[in-house]
Ligand binder design. Structure first.
Ligand SMILES: C[S@@+](CC[C@H](N)C(=O)[O-])C[C@H]1O[C@@H](n2cnc3c(N)ncnc32)[C@H](O)[C@@H]1O
Length: 258
């Protein structure tokens, strides 16, 4: 082994947006003290995840580098890059698993579009099913998001995937909308509705159809502010002798035993 192989690889860092901060000034001071106290070790600080002295492998991949360097993604989307890295890792892993892909709560189709950049749906003979309400009205229980302010939200998502006929976009409330179409066999599911009732219903529908070796990523599972979801989802998984793994990104991961 040459001496060179013992040298650390190039330092990579990322500083992005955090959520749920009440006093930004104090937070910035704390971050500065953390940086000084860790003596220049590489740091990742974004999406309520602060860590240091890590390789941060995805920052070394051209695909993720281009997302961060480009102007297509918002600062919030860029800050959630570690979540995207995990989601795409498992989405790619499930390519050899029987069945289709689903996203329950696709919003503007931002993450779904990234999945279509990685998965060769056409050649794999798989379909990608996207579900969303595509609207928010005064009094609705689900979280209002900027995309809901677009009166053509649904039409724009349809347009976004118009050159990808293997993508099925189904508007309406989960679980009722699943009656319009839902795959009998699922390889990979992304559940991201920020709302416990439809997430409960979604998991009950997805789990029996999930192939052995298939995966589910829950975007909100580890977030304390959404802990009502954890309370509801854990017993459903346990009912099938499964356990959801909480990831440091706030996501949850469930792998169905082969
Ligand atoms: C956080 S956003 C999803 C973001 C998206 N997964 C992404 O990564 O680009 C949550 C979405 O869930 C949708 N949603 C909430 N409750 C729903 C329900 N019962 N049925 C369908 N969609 C729902 C909302 O309309 C919203 O667009």
């Amino acid at each position: 082994m040459s001496n060179n192989s013992r040298q650390p690889i190039e330092k990579k860092e990322l500083f992005g947006v955090h959520f749920n901060i009440r006093d930004q000034q104090k937070f910035n001071q704390a971050l500065q003290l953390l940086r000084e106290s860790t003596g220049g070790l590489p740091m990742f600080s974004a999406d309520n995840l602060i860590t240091w002295n890590r390789n941060i492998s995805f920052l070394r991949e051209d695909y993720f580098y281009q997302i961060l360097a480009g102007s297509e993604s918002t600062d919030v989307e860029k800050s959630c890059i570690w979540r995207l890295y995990i989601l795409l890792y498992f989405a790619e892993h499930c390519q050899s698993v029987a069945g289709d892909y689903v996203e329950l709560g696709c919003h503007k189709g931002t993450t779904a579009k990234r999945v279509t950049e990685k998965i060769d749906f056409e050649n794999k003979g798989k379909k990608y099913w996207l579900y969303d309400l595509f609207e928010w009205k005064e009094g609705d229980e689900h979280t209002h998001m900027p995309g809901h302010d677009n009166p053509k939200m649904y039409e724009d998502v349809v347009e976004r995937f118009s050159d990808q006929p293997w993508v099925n976009i189904i508007p309406g409330p989960v679980p009722d909308s699943l009656l319009q179409g839902f795959p009998k066999t699922i390889a990979f599911a992304h559940i991201d509705m920020n709302h416990p009732a439809p997430e409960e219903a979604a998991l009950k529908k997805v789990l029996p159809n999930l192939s052995p070796g298939g995966c589910i990523i829950f975007d909100d599972y580890g977030w304390w502010g959404y802990s009502a979801q954890k309370r509801i989802l854990d017993p459903i998984a346990a009912g099938m002798n499964l356990k959801i793994l909480e990831l440091p990104t706030g996501q949850g991961l469930l792998i169905k035993n082969s």
